[in-house]
Design a protein around this ligand. Sequence first.
Ligand SMILES: NC(=O)c1ccc[n+]([C@@H]2O[C@H](COP(=O)([O-])OP(=O)(O)OC[C@H]3O[C@@H](n4cnc5c(N)ncnc54)[C@H](O)[C@@H]3O)[C@@H](O)[C@H]2O)c1
Length: 322
Amino acid sequence: MTGDRVLVTGGAGFLGSHLVDRLCDAGNDVTVLDDLSTGDEARLALRRGGIRFVEGSVLDAALVGAEVARADLVYHLAAAVGVRNVVDRPLTSLLTNARGTEHVLAACFEHGAKVLLASTSEIYGKTTKLPMAEDDDRVLGSTRIHRWGYSTTKAFDEHLAFAYADQGLPVVVVRYFNSYGPRLAPGGYGSVVANFLRQATSGEPLTVHGDGEQTRCFTYVDDTVRGTQLAATTPAAEGSVLNLGSTRETTVLELAELVRSHFPGVEIVHVPHEEYYGSSYEDTRRRVPDVTRARDVLGWEPAVDLPEGLARTVEWWRGAHA
Ligand SMILES: NC(=O)c1ccc[n+]([C@@H]2O[C@H](COP(=O)([O-])OP(=O)(O)OC[C@H]3O[C@@H](n4cnc5c(N)ncnc54)[C@H](O)[C@@H]3O)[C@@H](O)[C@H]2O)c1
């Protein structure tokens, strides 16, 4: 599908900006709505003049309504992202993720725009059932642990999307697994790849939390956004949730070694989780997606492996933070 009028909320973010590039290349008429809280307009520099950029918040219902009214398809990526963000600023994060999405979905319903909702592997919580399939049970900790608030608001967003779907709204939900690549924010907000690269380039030791045997499936950004566009434009995906993630399980310690291979001499040290996140924290030990559905419905497979993706990211990082 090309030539759509597309709205990307959070389009100045890490994933959003790559998605915008892809959508522009496919000939779409793209508008970005972003409040620049963690986004950066510089990420859209390549597209300056080729897109409409609207600085504003998804918490502004009137603005959301006006922008959605111009669109056929909405990619809703704006959110307070990442566990770290929610742990640091629980109230604003929870409200952004709940109310902002409420506004976007209500406007899409009112104006008849299809919507793709960006969700997260955090949805699965601390389940030990692997690989994680879309319809699996979610296993969360206490509400006194802020980290689960991110999972909870994204799950609320998914529920709301499917409640609107029952009323006729075309929706599709994608759950991302640890996406990384060029344009990662140096602050990282919980992105272990960004944290390691920042530490390595400033000559600091790479800080591995706990024993480093916890695993994640790191997914190169091009694969993530290709899957996102496919999910939004494949009719058979409508009404479903799809995992988008690499199935290659990597320990955090392995990741640290891989980063160190680009920065010889850099040290690796272990620090307790609590030192970074405080005592109100629980970790997810292993996280691996089942991507059968994305493979069957979208014909999607991750194409860039971690060594290659990391090499591209390091090259970009060196140029951007020279
Ligand atoms: N990067 C990942 O690995 C990952 C994993 C799981 C889920 N996600 C989801 O993907 C989406 C994009 O994440 P990202 O990694 O690109 O993070 P990001 O922080 O780079 O992007 C989020 C964007 O949303 C914007 N934003 C935040 N609050 C807003 C508001 N109230 N109004 C308008 N814009 C607002 C930010 O300025 C930023 O540009 C998010 O919904 C996130 O939850 C990402």
